[in-house]
Design a protein around this ligand. Sequence first.
Ligand SMILES: Nc1nc2c(c(=O)[nH]1)N[C@H]1C(S)=C(S)[C@@H](COP(=O)(O)O)O[C@H]1N2
Ligand SMILES: [Mo]
Length: 438
Amino acid sequence: MKRQKVGIHAFYARDPQRADWLLWGRKPNPISRRGFLRGSGYAAMTAALGASIPLAHLMPSGLIPAALAQSSKPFEIPGKEGLVVLNDRPINAETPPWLLDDEVTPAKHLFVRNNGVPPLADSIDSENWSLAISGEACQRPQSFTIGALKERFEHHTYQLVIECGGNGRNEFSPPTKGNQWTTGAVGCPSWTGVRLRDVLEACGIAQDAKYIGYYAADKHLSGDPGKNPISRGVPMSKALEDETLVAWAMNGEPIPWLNGHPLRLVCGGWPASVSGKWLNRIVVRNQVHDGEKMGGDSYRVPCSPVAPGSKVPDEDMCIIESMPVKSLVTYPRSGIEHPAGQSLNLRGHAWAGDHSVREVYVSADFGATWSPAELAPPANRLAWQRWRANLTLPEAGYYELWARAVDSEGRSQPMVMPAWNPKGYLNNACHRIAVQAV
Ligand SMILES: Nc1nc2c(c(=O)[nH]1)N[C@H]1C(S)=C(S)[C@@H](COP(=O)(O)O)O[C@H]1N2
Ligand SMILES: [Mo]
């Protein structure tokens, strides 16, 4: 069995007997008997539930926890609504575009991208959680509880876009490996915390500081305690920006469990993989951080374009920094009917990594003509921007509505797929929705 690729829900659906045997460590017994979840079975089940099972030793062999067994909704993620699950080991789920219509993304609609097994919700002790700052370019290594961070440093709130570098991967041809995100690995909640800069300055940043790297409390899928699922970072210039936060709150509430409770890094505008969840250590490095998923094909793209499907030598790969300009149509929902000849209101968001969005255009004729949308300024730097437009569909039939954003540097979203790369990152092609005029 390829355990990494199949979560317990999918596995039970596919082959319940084998799943049962693997989780419970023996062949299913027709007469229900109590069994012991094997080490890995217990880990898989508690990870899927998000909680430990105090009376696990009393669970009958083969029992699928009721929380996972609802037949209409085979897999519900605690605190999330309407997300599409792409994988349940680790949990990865994206948001349909029409559920991203809010100006500030609510917790229930923020996507989840996990590389490993998150700390169990009931094992997280936010009172005693601490963040250690160290590394060869840190002058006075020290640790802060969340209480100490709150007390010692000024609080800041910013609305910041986080978007997975692999958002849109499903469209690349030839296909690339990884979660097949469509458009929903993005959101723009409001984050509250302290500036990473203030914390690092309190610990002394050495002259030769070049990069920061994060470490976190989630575990590698293999269960090997010596391995990290992910440990990425950013250059000092990004780390020291006003908007780079060590955050404990999202939309005024504790950060949801799967989005990094009780503490996470938020670096808006860069691939969200740099925004470490369940954050417990930051290192200040005198070199580019070399943690898990900083090298190889991870979050790196060919420094110059390559033919689709090419093998790219390691030295020709560059780390992704600011994300490219992009937009979504969040209203109406794709597939609706609308009366021909009557004005149709459209709206969505546009964002552009470290830059702002200068213009958004919409088209109802496959890009032959474009009309400008109304575009609002961002709530703050690195927040997405609301756009609105209206269009009239002249006669009955099938239409596609396309949106295209242009950033402050004059760079437009492409209407076709952008440069292929080995892991399928950075697809910022125009979002399209279908509307039937009746
Ligand atoms: N500790 C930790 N931090 C992490 C990850 C992870 O697996 N573990 N995934 C990263 C990736 S690849 C992304 S896209 C974002 C996703 O954030 P979200 O799950 O809150 O939407 O978290 C990043 N931070
Ligand atoms: Mo990601």
